[in-house]
Design a protein around this ligand. Structure first.
Ligand SMILES: Cc1cc2nc3c(=O)[nH]c(=O)nc-3n(C[C@H](O)[C@H](O)[C@H](O)COP(=O)(O)OP(=O)(O)OC[C@H]3O[C@@H](n4cnc5c(N)ncnc54)[C@H](O)[C@@H]3O)c2cc1C
Length: 384
């Protein structure tokens, strides 16, 4: 069996690794000249960590990341803190915690593992331009006019997927009015803000934020409204002073500004081609579900291709059935709810929501049920 994967992001590379380990020939076509190094995902959920253990990647992830035994939903005005103890998931997962480990470290790790497989080729600077297929083969034509042929194609080529466009698959949904701004700083907020954990969602009437610790840095995410790019990029100091006011200016490292969408592809399969990861679904990053959900897609599909390769069992149609509803009913629904909760402007409504979260966090049975959902364990169980 031969598989072409369009896109060397986390989903494309991990799917390639799962297939390669079973002896399947894989070609990964990547438009960029090298792996991306921008600030994107950092939060890893327990079931994704279990999957990474199966792929032999967990020691590197734990060694290069930070274990977050709790996460918090905080209120900037009242100071209320709902703290969720991930340890309640013991027995449900081998990794009852979140890990903060950056996406770009992960893609470099997986790419280095792929080098050990002579039947895997990763071609950088190779942009997929068009796709055509018949009953027995699929062909991908690159921008330079080179034709690659295989049994199956997986479009893991992100938000503006060329595979999705070539297959004529609609991508309905919405684009949020605000853009998101991420600024990182080595300042140690944990020494100054009461009981901060490594993952904190902070509600506020004027400017909600998400504070995430990664090794050596805090990543701070804020919504932005009408400002120009220059105004936003220059606003890091003001925004960080709003998180914790101090006399000296903040030292900052990265600044990233981006648009956020909520979309799900009309279908995840057309003949011999599939979509996975951001090519199939987009959501806002509050809750850390985009890359995690994308990896769950890629590994679900890889398992079905491996079964077909090994024992001739064709369950490929189950892929869309098992994974598309997760994007619609779970990932998009939860991340949209998280955004609404942080941005709630009515103080009374915000207090009601925060009180309810504190009540859930303090009740082990209710907290465990909440964590089974927010950690994406329930959706995987349902599909299985
Ligand atoms: C600030 C931020 C924070 C986030 N935080 C989290 C988090 O904590 N947890 C989480 O789970 N998710 C998070 N996400 C979402 C996560 O980053 C994405 O879901 C993830 O990158 C999707 O991976 P992917 O492999 O599907 O696509 P991508 O990472 O977008 O990779 C697609 C690849 O395809 C390549 N490509 C595109 N077009 C072509 C073409 N025509 N031919 C060949 N190659 C092509 C691209 O160059 C790219 O390398 C966050 C996102 C942002 C922006």
């Amino acid at each position: 069996m031969k598989v072409i994967i369009s896109g060397a992001g986390p989903v494309g590379l991990t799917t390639a690794l799962a297939l390669a380990r079973e002896g399947i020939e894989v070609t990964v076509l990547e438009r960029a000249p090298e792996l991306a190094t921008d600030l994107r995902a950092s939060t890893w959920h327990p079931p994704t960590l279990d999957m990474m253990a199966d792929l032999g990647l967990i020691d590197d992830i734990l060694g290069g990341g930070l274990i977050a035994p709790t996460f918090q939903v905080r209120d900037r005005q009242t100071g209320a803190i709902a703290e969720f103890d991930m340890g309640l998931l013991k027995g449900e997962t081998d990794h009852p915690y979140r890990v903060q480990y950056e996406q770009f470290r992960f893609t470099h790790l997986v790419a280095s593992r792929l080098e050990a497989f002579p039947h895997v080729q990763v071609a950088f600077g190779t942009k997929v331009a068009s796709v055509d297929q018949d009953a027995s083969r699929i062909r991908v034509v690159t921008e330079e006019g080179v034709v690659h042929e295989a049994d199956w194609l997986i479009g893991c080529d992100g938000a503006y997927s060329a595979v999705r466009a070539a297959l004529g698959i609609e991508f309905p949904g919405l684009t949020f009015p605000e853009r998101f701004f991420v600024v990182s700083t080595p300042f140690r907020f944990e020494n100054h803000l009461n009981r901060l954990s490594y993952v904190n969602y902070v509600a506020d009437t004027d400017e909600w934020c998400v504070l995430l610790k990664v090794p050596g840095l805090w990543r701070c995410l804020f919504p932005t409204n009408e400002e120009s790019d220059e105004e936003v990029l220059a606003s890091g100091e003001r925004r960080l002073q709003g998180v914790f006011a101090k006399p000296e200016p903040y030292e900052t490292r990265h600044r990233t500004l981006y648009r956020v969408h909520q979309r799900v592809a009309q279908t995840y399969r057309k003949g011999r081609a599939f979509l996975a990861g951001d090519a199939a679904h987009l959501n806002n990053p509050i809750g850390g579900m985009g890359m995690n959900g994308g990896l769950h897609d890629g590994l679900n599909l890889a398992e079905k291709l491996i079964d077909l390769h090994r024992i001739g069992s064709d369950r490929l149609d189950e892929y869309e059935r098992e994974r598309r509803h997760v994007a619609v009913d779970h990932i998009n629904a939860n991340t949209a709810r998280n955004r609404e909760m942080l941005a709630e402007r009515d103080p009374a409504a915000r207090k009601r929501k925060q009180d309810e979260l504190c009540r859930i966090a303090d009740d082990p049975v209710a907290a465990k049920a909440y964590l089974m959902k927010s950690s994406m364990i329930n959706t995987l169980r349902r599909a299985a």
